[in-house]
Design a protein around this ligand. Structure first.
Ligand code: FPP
Length: 275
């Protein structure tokens, strides 16, 4: 397409119209409670690649694009926190070539997000990594740290990428850190009120302490399990499962998810009033 030509102008105009329509739909949706935090288990990337006869990794590539779209819509709707299960500790047990392929793709995307003109930077999204980064190869770990530093001053929304993550690992690490802190505290000679570690002390040590507990946990591709994701934080979350494969997740899915959340909220409120 010719730069600055009629085709490009038309495309830009259409883009503005679509954004305006999205804004209208979101302002109607904002009449009800808007979730502060929505978490996704991004399932179905390999199946997407198979369905479309694509090569290995292409489903995850499409999955990253879907993630960026969801981040944009979340910003437009005023959702402050988005968390995604990008790679679990159990995923390291997959075929080495597959792990390598996903890791290379993630590294490429992390480097892309570091750029000043990236979607996350243009929308003021801060990135946080949750998980045992020690399990990652050095270039990936360094890139993750760089992305957190580069986006540290962005304040519109927070995107948490759970990589090398499982909830049980997060809980064990938090308990260990709480015990270590308690042990150091108890060494102080004039310390009063030595007690066992409490819930708040453990929660403070969680990787996910950076965000409030999720209002909604969504799993794509028709699965209904949490698979060791945010087990501690999802005790009161609304769980939603959709048949859509993650790369197919769209604006309309997000609208439908939020509508269902709002319906559920009013049901919960009514129930609480009856008690
Ligand atoms: C599960 O789908 C998803 C993953 C193992 C990884 C998802 C990662 C991305 C979409 C890229 C994210 C990029 C960054 C930088 C965070 P699956 O592979 O298990 O597919 P299946 O359910 O069809 O088997």
């Amino acid at each position: 397409m010719q730069k600055g030509g009629v085709g490009e102008k038309m495309l830009k105009f259409l883009f503005r119209v679509v954004r305006f329509l999205r804004k209208c739909i979101f302002s109607v949706l904002s009449v009800g409670p808007v979730p502060a935090h929505i978490a996704f288990i991004m399932d179905g990337n390999r199946r997407y690649a198979r369905q479309h006869n694509l090569k290995e990794g292409a489903g995850h590539d499409a999955g990253f694009l879907a993630l960026m779209s969801i981040v944009i819509y979340a910003c437009e709707l005023g959702i402050k926190y988005v968390t995604v299960y990008a790679f679990s500790i159990d995923n390291f047990r997959r075929r080495p070539e597959e792990v390598e392929c996903i890791m290379n793709l993630m590294l490429e995307k992390i480097e892309l997000m570091c750029r000043k003109d990236s979607i996350v930077n243009r929308h003021g999204v801060r990135i946080h990594f949750s998980g045992n980064l020690e399990l990652l190869r050095e270039p990936m770990r360094d890139a993750a740290k760089k992305l957190m530093a580069v986006t540290a001053n962005n304040s519109n929304a927070l995107l948490t990428l759970c990589v090398a993550y499982t909830s049980t690992n997060e809980i064990i690490q938090a308990i260990q850190k709480s015990c270590e802190e308690k042990w150091v505290e108890n060494q102080e000679p004039r310390r009063v009120g030595r007690g066992p570690i409490n819930l708040l002390e453990i929660e403070k040590q969680m990787d996910m302490a950076i965000a409030p507990d999720p209002d909604i946990v969504v799993r794509t591709s028709g699965e209904n399990r949490l698979s060791n994701f945010l087990l501690w934080q999802s005790a009161r979350s609304y769980l939603f499962s959709t048949l859509a494969l993650w790369p197919d997740i769209s604006f309309w899915h997000l609208v439908w998810i939020v509508l269902n959340f709002q319906r559920n909220q009013s049901r919960v409120e009514k129930k609480n009033k009856q008690v």
